[in-house]
Design a protein around this ligand. Structure first.
Ligand code: PXP
Length: 253
């Protein structure tokens, strides 16, 4: 299981003052020292946190791998194709939202989305689609010919204290996606309190976690915040799978 750390909110703090600190590249280095297997950033159309220069610097200097989240807009897809991150995760994007609110609307799957998938794959990127954990979305993602999906864990994360229907839905979607030959990732709203049942889903191979890690970095420092999250993730896998997976499996050659 890989832990990718989303550092968008390091840039959110910087942009609050439009200054040059804190620096996402420095944050990426600390996250990697804490055990991150990859660094995730979202280059939004409104550039509210991560800027183009951040992605260029991270593409050059990330010691592990860079997962770039992006909407299907042609301008952003072009930037991604030029920077060649290890992975491009397509997400829905809406200017008014506080954060990504749901999975991609695959049932109404637009030419725009199909075009974005094709252009990113033509540029040699591994493409993942951020989807709701439903049977329909998993089936549609497989039809689109991508190698990976990221299951939206928001419903689980917001209601995990009130029963396990959302967890069952995630388990079911993960098993279906795996059967269809997709690599299965997950993320959104995961915290130190709620991550373990998700991390224990055996088909999952990557988690993307941002807000909770960056929030707790205010108390513990970023390296330690990542280390503690990694311990929880690896710990839940050890009890289920019975063997650790190499934390260096994703290092750049
Ligand atoms: N995965 C995707 C596709 C996202 O858009 C986000 C939020 O940017 C995350 C994971 C991480 O979510 P959180 O910040 O709530 O951990």
């Amino acid at each position: 299981m890989r832990l990718y750390v989303n550092i968008d909110h390091v840039a959110t703090v910087r942009e609050a003052r439009r200054t040059d600190e804190p620096d996402p590249v420095r944050a990426a280095e600390l996250a990697e020292r804490g055990g991150a297997d990859g660094i995730t950033v979202h280059l939004r159309e409104d550039r509210r946190h991560i800027q183009d220069a951040d992605v260029r610097a991270l593409a050059r200097r990330t010691g592990t791998v860079l997962n770039l989240e992006l909407g299907a807009s042609p301008a952003i897809v072009r930037i991604a194709g030029g920077l060649k991150p290890h992975q491009a995760t397509l997400v829905p994007e809406n200017r008014r939202e506080i954060t990504t609110e749901g999975g991609l609307a695959l049932a109404r799957s637009s030419r725009r989305l199909q075009g974005a998938v094709r252009r990113l794959q033509d540029a040699g990127l591994r493409v993942s689609l951020f989807i709701d954990p439903t049977r329909e979305a998993v089936a549609r993602a497989a039809e689109l010919g991508v190698p990976a999906v990221e299951l939206h864990t928001g419903r689980y994360a917001h209601g995990w204290r009130r029963g396990d229907a959302a967890l069952r839905q995630l388990r079911d979607a993960a098993a279906r996606a795996k059967r269809l030959g997709l690599a299965v990732h997950a993320g959104h709203g995961l915290t130190y309190e709620n991550v373990q049942p998700v991390a224990a889903i055996p088909e999952l191979e990557e988690l993307n976690i941002g807000h909770s890690i960056v929030s707790n970095a205010i108390y513990w420092g970023l390296e330690e915040a990542v280390r503690r999250m990694k311990e929880l993730v690896v710990g839940s896998r050890l009890s289920v799978v019975g063997q650790p997976q190499s934390p260096t499996e994703n290092r750049k050659p």
